[in-house]
Write a protein that binds this ligand. Structure first.
Ligand SMILES: NC(=O)c1ccc[n+]([C@@H]2O[C@H](COP(=O)([O-])OP(=O)(O)OC[C@H]3O[C@@H](n4cnc5c(N)ncnc54)[C@H](O)[C@@H]3O)[C@@H](O)[C@H]2O)c1
Ligand SMILES: O=C(O)C(=O)C[C@@H](O)[C@H](O)[C@H](O)COP(=O)(O)O
Ligand SMILES: [Zn+2]
Length: 366
């Protein structure tokens, strides 16, 4: 693979406001790019991977060892079970025992849960070492591995401990998606649809043109959907890495979505919870008089067309409301939501009236 390979798309991220720029590469067989991203200074490389990708992690470790690095593979639990303080501590121990220094590098290979932990371990080890993301799910490619939000959950909620620590590069090998189960694949479509509603409606049209095909890596628009979504994320985080303003739009659907995930003890996929959260946010916008009926209804239609849920148990509202209070967009006692004022017109809704919240909840209550 050369840097001129036309089959590889390169999307630039960052480079503004004092942050180091990096690239997201989308294509196939991209691992030849890894040594350049690891850089010249590293002696040791730790490959963090989930249990489901044990052979991928070990193959990568062997490959790096053959190139002269002291390489270790650190296996994490699958999915959300990896996003705990205990797993982070297990990784810190592995790094400590390997004598990991500030010039050594972490590689996170896996879905968003793995890249969130890998980035968090990289952010905290010796107060910050270099890391490279190799996302292997749709969701991790289009969202989790881009933008430098890293973190773990606590008993009180989702991603409550973390750091902004962008990777040195992101390698999205589309071949990895072939082994992904359909539910995990479709979960990633929720973040793609989110990018469509908040910034790039062409995404919605591509999915609406053939929703069944959008559910598979073989679909005719797979690469375009992934690239368009990465461009949305790259553009936003390049402007506002630390979420002091505009980046909040990427949280569309997440206020309720994260509360559902916690309520379900993380047995719901992130994208499924965000899907219900987006319908809720659309209804909230509609009820607040900001969004037209048709665009609110379009949320249900497109999300359902790819098999994502649009309702949630109606008897859980008090618990969901309580959890939403620790959402990171909250300020003091004020709940804040991202809503739409039209397609690609996200806005903040501050402290909505409790009656409005209840009315929006009634629209998603099963
Ligand atoms: N940091 C961010 O900006 C950001 C953005 C969006 C989501 N997230 C986080 O990402 C996480 C969800 O990520 P996800 O949807 O990738 O789920 P995931 O990481 O939980 O992966 C889903 C499952 O697929 C397995 N897997 C991964 N790649 C595979 C492959 N190629 N083939 C077969 N199995 C594979 C994993 O081991 C896991 O069991 C959530 O924790 C969410 O909070 C973070
Ligand atoms: O990158 C962002 O900013 C996002 O909000 C993207 C979300 O899809 C992602 O799930 C993120 O991890 C949520 O962040 P949080 O700050 O609400 O935990
Ligand atoms: Zn998300």
């Amino acid at each position: 693979m050369t840097t001129q390979d036309p089959a590889v798309t390169r999307i630039a991220v960052g480079g503004t406001a004092g942050t180091d720029p990096y690239e997201v590469l989308v294509g196939r067989q991209l691992l030849g790019e890894l040594p350049a991203l690891i850089g010249d200074g590293a002696q040791r490389v730790a490959v963090l991977h989930p249990e489901a990708l044990a052979s991928t992690g070990e193959a990568l470790r062997e490959d790096l060892a053959a190139q002269g690095y002291e390489a270790i593979a650190v296996q994490l639990p699958n999915a959300e079970e990896a996003k705990t303080a205990e797993v982070a501590a297990y990784c810190w121990k592995a790094l400590g025992q390997t004598g990991f220094t500030r010039t050594d590098v972490i590689v996170g290979v896996g879905g968003g849960a793995t890249t969130d932990v890998a980035g968090f371990v990289a952010a905290t080890w010796l107060r910050g070492v270099r890391w490279v993301a190799v996302p292997t799910t749709v969701l991790a490619m289009v969202d989790a591995s881009v933008g430098g939000k890293t973190g773990i959950n606590t008993a009180e909620g989702k991603n409550l401990v973390g750091a902004f620590h962008p990777p040195a590069g992101v390698l999205c090998d589309l071949a990895a998606l072939e082994s992904l189960g359909v539910h995990d694949y479709v979960s990633g479509l929720a973040e793609i649809i989110k990018a469509g509603f908040i910034a790039d409606p062409a995404i919605l049209e591509l999915i609406e043109s053939d929703p069944a095909a959008a559910r598979t890596p073989q679909g005719p628009h797979t690469a375009e959907l992934i690239e368009r979504s990465i461009r949305v994320k790259a553009e936003v985080v390049s402007e506002d890495l630390k979420e002091s303003g505009r980046r909040e739009i990427l949280n569309y659907g997440h206020t309720l979505g994260h509360a559902i995930e916690k309520n379900e003890r993380y047995n719901w996929r992130h994208g499924a919870a965000v899907s219900v959260g987006m319908v809720f946010a659309a209804e909230l916008g509609r009820i607040a008089g900001r969004l037209d009926d048709a665009t609110a209804e379009r949320h249900r239609t497109v999300l359902e067309s790819v098999g994502l849920p649009v309702t949630y148990r109606g008897d859980q509202w008090p618990k969901l409301l309580e959890t939403m209070k620790v959402d990171k967009k909250s300020r003091g006692n004020r709940l804040r939501f991202i809503v739409l004022e039209g397609l690609a017109k996200p806005a903040v809704l501050e402290s909505p009236d409790p009656a409005m919240l209840l009315a929006a909840h009634a629209e998603i209550a099963a």
